[in-house]
Ligand binder design. Structure first.
Ligand SMILES: Cc1cc2nc3c(=O)[nH]c(=O)nc-3n(C[C@H](O)[C@H](O)[C@H](O)COP(=O)(O)OP(=O)(O)OC[C@H]3O[C@@H](n4cnc5c(N)ncnc54)[C@H](O)[C@@H]3O)c2cc1C
Ligand code: FES
Length: 263
């Protein structure tokens, strides 16, 4: 882990669909799936992004345009320089007979996880959902590495129309799933959790919170009264660690550190 901010030129940009892009840099650091880097856009701010892929000499992050920062990222060109520091946070652990559940841009950290599981010859099934097909990223990779890949979109533009939770229980039973990974909007995870908690299948969830320092100092990403910092003790939490989290799906902190309703 390096907290030293250095700037790097963007080597390549891939547009997955409107408002969803991947940015490639030289491989300036090692990371494991679930870990994130803090990206500094000069004149704007600094924000955390999961590492979505690593090659021998390149590192990729994938960004969806939401607010001012991520929208400004969409205007960047190859050769523009961004600050990058990290990697930060805890990564996913490795398990066989797993199910990867990804929602929207939450698919990004699972892309690196899928690659790592496949390199370790661990078997897994993917269940990926997004609002529309333009937001379904890396589908060909998941199809190549997963035993089976189930897809849903809210608008039915690709895969089955509906939410990832709709066929979740039947997929778990049919595929004899023994471990679950999830990353995506917290509301998706709250619904997934309701369904899987009674099954007693272990799981890990990659959680997002508004972050500033990324290294456990500022307190911006602390969960409720537990003192758990998402940037250090997370962003990947297992089912036992999540038992302590009372604000799941309810509140988070905004940029000022104030607690606000999540949904
Ligand atoms: C550990 C970690 C990893 C992350 N990895 C990625 C990643 O790989 N790719 C990526 O695009 N983003 C990722 N994010 C989110 C990212 O850091 C920014 O929050 C996001 O890009 C929006 O920033 P913004 O300033 O453009 O918008 P903001 O002004 O922060 O947000 C605008 C509005 O969109 C909402 N919003 C922000 N992000 C999301 C979201 N993901 N889903 C639903 N609503 C949202 C906010 O609540 C707010 O209402 C990650 C966050 C964390 C904590
Ligand atoms: S972002 Fe500062 S403590 Fe987590």
């Amino acid at each position: 882990m390096s907290d030293l901010m250095r700037t790097y030129p963007i080597k390549k940009i891939v547009e997955h669909g409107p408002g969803v892009k991947s940015f490639y840099f030289e491989r300036m650091l090692d990371a494991r799936a679930g870990q994130f880097v803090n990206v500094w856009l000069p004149g704007m701010d600094e924000k955390p992004y999961s590492v979505s892929a690593l090659g021998e000499n390149w590192l990729e992050i994938s960004v969806k345009a939401y607010g001012p920062f991520s929208t400004a990222m969409m205007d960047l060109k190859v050769g523009d320089r961004l600050g990058v520091r990290g990697p930060f946070g805890k990564s996913f652990t490795y398990h066989d007979r797993a199910l990867l559940i990804g929602g929207g841009i939450g698919i990004a950290p699972l892309r690196l996880l899928a690659h790592e599981l496949s390199a370790k010859k661990l078997s897994f099934v993917s269940l990926l959902g997004a609002a529309t097909k333009h937001e379904l990223i890396f589908i060909e990779d998941f199809q190549k590495w997963s035993k089976n890949c189930y897809i849903t979109t809210d608008d039915g533009s690709q895969g089955k129309q509906g939410l990832v939770t709709e066929d979740l229980l039947s997929i778990i039973e049919k595929e004899k799933i023994e471990f679950i990974y999830a990353a995506g909007p917290e509301i998706m995870f709250v619904k997934v959790k309701e369904l899987i908690d009674p099954l007693d299948i272990p799981y890990e969830f990659c959680m997002e919170r508004y972050m500033k320092c990324g290294i456990g100092i500022c307190g911006q990403c602390v969960l409720d009264d537990s003192g758990v910092r998402v940037c250090v003790e997370g962003p990947v939490f297992n089912q036992d660690e999540l038992k302590e989290v009372t604000e799941l799906g309810m509140v988070h902190r905004d940029a000022s550190g104030r607690r606000v309703k999540k949904f």
